[in-house]
Design a binder for this molecule. Structure first.
Ligand code: HEM
Length: 571
């Protein structure tokens, strides 16, 4: 369980005394609205439970949405409906008696990470256990699955960097190594390709078990595997495994090939390595953060491969070269050093760009698990940069000139060993980082939780407000509640009798100081009783006056006015 998740649980448990809402979502796609609304008392038994996320989610795995009564018995119809890619619905066919009900959900978020959460609602009155049965129904996957899941990502990254960096080192830094060393290095590349294919394929059942919250054995069932293969993550894992097998085959050819065949095979290996480097951004956080993020991530992984995988192969080559070790070092180490200097520059710039795109605020850096993991990564890179600078200034010139003394050579190899150890630790931190909730989402989620309990967060965030039109009522949500394009949703309260069929819903937003608007947006009905207007440009921070006009039939117009805080709360 992540620290954010624990913090959220502790926070909501405290709030439960007063509010009795339980929210344990650890999400990358954020749950922004539910029907019934979390922790409200509804008068009548609802006919369905609806979840709405801020991004599309996948629900092909496990039990996506379940509703339990106070004794942890299922009360939903067991059929999942998807009115839109951002919405998940489970019908409730039976009439629910008064009491507290727990909704537990699991999905795969747009950035491929398994997410889950739970909340309660009450019918008629709060039940005997108004906190619901969350701990009983929201079991985490077994520790073995968690360890293998994160460990699998570590090995995938490690072997991917070795494969791509190994190809780069073989064609550039180690070009002048003798044939015997080359052949053995191609053997190492073959093994790395095989290991990468193995861990990529294993990633599919592991993702399935983690997403469905089941044991390892269930992950290997055909149903689970075919469901994961249907997701973007599964497809990327298959492509990666295919490229790795291709590289393995080319490396086998390279072991025997000479002359023109070797040149052609080297070019094929470079193309496959480039393909491998491009795979991570398409299954991770970068895939949902825009083109710049994808480009920066490709550059980051490429640079990391040249530096980490390249160093790994140079050290292996020196070890394999035996008595030729130091003559080879005079040629290979300076070339690798050039490769490393360029790579480090690209790595830092691209890493900073991606860090910014996933965090977006200073607070996100120290107030979220994601930010703290990134700080740990940066802290680990600092000694690496120091060691690299030291080697560049002292060891490399003396190795190039062939005047390094035995003690200096020993120190060079020891330093390289320490560098590889730190790099492995950075890869381990990265394996956790890519599964962590990006700071920008964690903060939105925090704000949504606060807004859900009737507060407008001071830093801006989704705004939820109850609206009463007299004959009927509902909720209005303004998301993300920050200056810029916002989505405004009116959700009618179906727990009340006689919910009308609305003919038209219009929102108009006005800011008094400075004077902006009215900005008028016509909403469209996505599911019965839910009206959404997207891309409403509330560009300035401040307290906006939002007028909601709901027309029933030809002539009956119902209106409500609410204040919506966009951005920070005014002093
Ligand atoms: C030896 C040093 C480093 C290595 C080997 C390394 C490796 C990686 C790898 C393999 C990924 C995964 C890419 C993906 O799944 O799409 C990644 C992601 C990332 N790295 Fe690094 N990195 C290093 C240093 C840095 C530094 C110095 C920074 C910050 C300035 C940084 C920031 C990031 C960020 C923000 C991500 C995106 C994580 C996400 O998907 O949310 N990295 N890195």
């Amino acid at each position: 369980m992540t620290r954010t998740l624990r913090r959220l649980l502790v926070g909501t448990t405290a709030a439960a005394i007063a509010l009795v809402a339980v929210s344990v979502a650890s999400a990358h796609s954020v749950l922004i609205a539910t029907e019934p609304v979390a922790d409200v008392v509804v008068d009548a038994s609802p006919s369905r439970v609806l979840l709405r996320f801020d991004e599309p989610v996948d629900t092909g795995l496990g039990e996506a949405l379940q509703v339990f009564d106070g004794s942890a018995q299922r009360v939903d119809a067991g059929r999942i409906e998807r009115p839109t890619p951002r919405e998940v619905v489970v019908p409730i066919d039976e009439e629910l008696p008064d009491g507290t009900y727990t909704v537990a959900w699991r999905a795969i978020s747009a950035d491929s990470d398994p997410i889950s959460g739970a909340f309660v609602f009450h019918v008629g009155e709060r039940g005997a256990n108004p906190a619901g049965v969350v701990p009983n129904v929201l079991d985490d996957s077994p520790p073995a699955v968690d360890v293998l899941f994160t460990g699998g990502r570590f090995f995938e990254f490690a072997f991917l960097l070795l494969c791509a960096g190994g190809v780069a080192a073989l064609v550039f830094a180690l070009r002048s190594a003798d044939e015997r060393v080359h052949r053995r290095l191609y053997g190492v590349l073959t093994a790395c390709g095989g290991a990468l294919a193995f861990w990529s394929l294993l990633g599919i059942p592991l993702q399935g078990a983690k997403a469905a919250g089941t044991g390892l054995a269930e992950g290997f069932t055909w149903d689970t595997i075919s469901s994961v293969v249907g997701t973007r993550y599964g497809k990327v894992e298959l492509i990666r495994a295919g490229l790795a097998v291709g590289l393995l085959a080319v490396a086998l050819v390279l072991r025997r090939a000479t002359g023109a065949t070797r040149e052609t095979a080297n070019a094929a290996a470079a193309v496959l390595a480039a393909g491998l480097v491009a795979t991570p951004p398409f299954a991770g956080h970068a895939s949902t953060a825009g083109t710049l993020s994808v480009v920066a991530d490709v550059a980051h992984v490429l640079a990391a491969a040249m530096w980490v995988g390249g160093l790994g192969f140079v050290v292996i080559a020196l070890w394999l070269a035996l008595e030729q070790r130091w003559p080879l070092a005079t040629r290979a180490v300076p070339r690798f050093s050039m490769m490393a200097v360029v790579s480090v520059g690209v790595l830092l710039v691209a890493g900073t760009v991606n860090g910014y795109l996933q965090i977006r605020s200073w607070r996100g850096l120290w107030d979220t698990d994601y930010g703290l993991l990134l700080l740990a990564k940066i802290a680990l890179v600092i000694p690496l940069l120091g060691l690299g600078a030291y080697n560049n200034k002292y060891a490399v010139p003396r190795l190039r000139a062939g005047v390094a003394q035995p003690g200096e050579r020993r120190r060079f190899l020891q330093t390289a060993g320490v560098e590889l150890g730190i790099m492995a630790t950075i890869i381990a931190v990265t394996a956790v980082l890519v599964n962590a909730n990006p700071a920008r989402h964690a903060l939105t989620e925090e704000a949504a939780a606060a807004a859900g309990h009737g507060h407008t967060p001071s830093g801006g965030g989704p705004v939820h407000a109850e609206v009463d039109f007299g004959e009927f009522a509902g909720m209005v949500m303004v998301e993300p509640g920050t200056p810029g394009a916002n989505t405004i949703t009116l959700q009618l309260d179906h727990s009340k009798p006689n919910v009308p069929d609305l003919a038209e819903v219009t929102f108009s937003a006005t800011l008094a100081e400075p004077a902006v608007g009215p900005i008028v947006a016509e909403a469209t009905q996505t599911v019965h009783g839910t009206w959404v207007a997207e891309d409403v440009q509330l560009t300035l921070p401040g307290s906006w006056d939002l007028r909601i006009e709901a027309r029933v039939g030809e002539f009956d117009l119902f209106t409500e006015n609410i204040q919506v805080q966009i951005g920070g709360t005014p002093e």
